[in-house]
Design a binder for this molecule. Structure first.
Ligand code: NCD
Length: 361
C-alpha cells in the first residue's frame, strides 16, 4: 500500500540502525530524489541529470519569457525554510532557487519565537508548521534531525519532502551537489571530474561540506582525494572507510605547499570553531593551511580554487581576481542546482527538457 513511500515501511529504530548507504533508497521515489538528506543517496546518473537540468534552467532563465516559464512550474506550491542555525548564503540560495521555479518560500529562522519555548518538542513544532507547506528545507544543529523529520512526516497522513540544508557537523548534501556542478563545469573541456586530483584543506573534522563532497567524489573513477589538515582536524575515519569501500584513492597530508602544484582542484574551508569545546582550535597553527597570493604561482595553470564560504583568512583576497578562483561562480551554481533538485522532487523536470529542446531546435 505504501510502496511509493518507503519510509513508512520501516520503524524509526530499524531505520536508525541502517548504514548510510542503505538509507539512500528510502529517500527516493521512482528513482528520483523525494527527500534530499544525505550525499550517499545520489548515484552518478542522478548527479549527471541534476547538473544537466541546472544548465538548462540557467540557460532558460536568461530571457524574460524563459523566466516566466520557470516561475510557472511550481507556482502552486509553498516551501518552508526552517533554519535553526545561522545561515545567510545557503538560506538566500534556497530562497532564490524557490523564486526561480515559482515556489512560494516562507521562513522560520528564530525558533525561540515559536512554542518550542512553551515546552513543545521540536518534532511537534516542525510537524505543525509542515501543515502549511508542500516542502521543508531545513538546517539544524543536530545531525540526523532532518532524517527524523522525514521519517516522522512519512508516517503521517500528509507526508511532504524534506531537503537537508546542513545538519550538525555531519552532512550538507546540496552544497556537495553545487560543488560537483562547479567541478564538472570547470573540467568540462578536460574530460570532466574522473581522474582529477582534488585537495580538501582546513577543518576537515567538522566541515560538513567536505564530508558530503568526499562521498560524492567516490562516484567518479580515478579521482584521488587529498586531505590536508592539522592532525586534530583531519577527516573522520568514517569517511576514509567509505573511500576505501568504494576503492577510491586518497592521501592524508600536513604539507599544503607540497600538494598545491600537484592537484587539479583545491577546496578550502574555514576553521569551524563554533564547535570548539575549549577554544582548542585557537591553539593550532592553521596559517600554514592558508592559500596565499604566493601560492597562485605554484598552482597549476588550469587548476581551480573552491570554497563553500564564508571565508575568513584561508584564501588571500589577491586570489579573488584570478580566473582559477571559482568560489563566486560556486555561489551562482548553487541556485541552479537547488532549483533543479526541487523540480526533480516534484517530478517536473521533463517540462524543462521539453522547453529547452524547443528553444534550441
Ligand atoms: C558551510 C556550512 O554552513 O556548512 N557554509 C555554507 O553552507 N555555504 C560552511 C561553513 O559554515 O564554513
Amino acid at each position: 500500500m505504501y510502496k511509493d513511500n518507503p519510509l513508512r515501511q520501516i520503524s524509526w529504530l530499524d531505520f536508525q540502525n541502517l548504514k548510510r548507504e542503505e538509507k539512500g533508497p528510502f529517500f527516493l521515489r521512482n528513482g528520483r530524489p523525494y527527500h534530499a538528506l544525505i550525499a550517499q543517496q545520489f548515484d552518478r546518473p542522478s548527479l549527471e541529470r541534476l547538473c544537466d537540468l541546472a544548465t538548462k534552467i540557467r540557460r532558460i532563465g536568461k530571457t524574460k519569457g524563459g523566466l516566466h516559464f520557470l516561475q510557472s512550474l511550481l507556482s502552486e506550491k509553498r516551501a518552508m525554510l526552517y533554519f535553526a542555525q545561522p545561515s545567510s548564503r545557503t538560506f538566500l540560495s534556497f530562497y532564490s532557487a524557490c523564486q526561480i521555479v515559482g515556489l512560494h518560500p516562507a521562513e522560520v529562522r528564530d525558533t525561540t519565537t515559536s512554542s518550542e519555548i512553551k515546552g513543545e518538542s521540536p518534532e511537534d513544532t516542525v510537524r505543525t508548521f509542515s501543515s502549511y507547506f508542500d516542502l521543508i528545507i531545513m538546517r539544524h544543529p543536530v545531525g540526523g534531525f532532518a532524517e527524523r523529520i522525514a521519517w516522522l512526516l512519512s508516517n503521517t497522513d500528509r507526508p511532504i519532502p524534506v531537503i537537508n540544508a546542513g545538519s550538525g557537523q555531519d552532512q550538507h548534501p546540496t552544497q556537495a551537489l553545487l560543488d560537483i556542478y562547479t567541478l564538472q563545469r570547470s573540467f568540462e573541456t578536460r574530460g570532466g571530474i574522473p581522474r582529477k586530483k582534488i585537495a580538501f584543506v582546513g577543518d576537515l573534522a567538522r566541515g560538513r561540506t567536505v564530508r558530503s563532497l568526499a562521498n560524492l567524489l567516490t562516484l567518479y573513477p580515478g579521482v584521488k582525494q587529498y586531505f590536508v589538515a592539522p592532525e586534530s582536524l583531519q577527516i573522520g575515519a568514517d569517511i576514509l572507510e567509505n573511500l576505501r569501500a568504494a576503492g577510491a584513492s586518497y592521501e592524508l597530508s600536513e604539507d599544503f605547499e607540497k600538494i598545491i602544484p600537484e592537484v587539479d582542484a583545491i577546496y578550502m574551508t574555514r576553521i569551524q570553531d563554533e564547535w570548539d569545546t575549549a577554544e582548542e582550535s585557537r591553539l593550532l597553527d592553521t596559517a600554514r593551511f592558508h592559500f596565499t597570493a604566493r601560492h597562485l604561482e605554484i598552482l597549476k595553470p588550469d587548476a581551480v580554487l573552491l570554497h563553500p564560504l564564508p571565508r575568513r583568512k584561508e584564501i588571500a583576497i589577491e586570489a579573488d581576481q584570478d580566473p582559477r578562483a571559482v568560489y563566486w561562480r560556486q555561489v551562482r551554481n548553487g541556485m541552479w542546482v537547488r532549483a533543479a533538485l526541487m523540480l526533480e522532487i516534484f517530478d517536473r523536470s521533463s517540462e524543462i527538457v521539453k522547453y529547452y529542446d524547443d528553444l534550441t531546435s
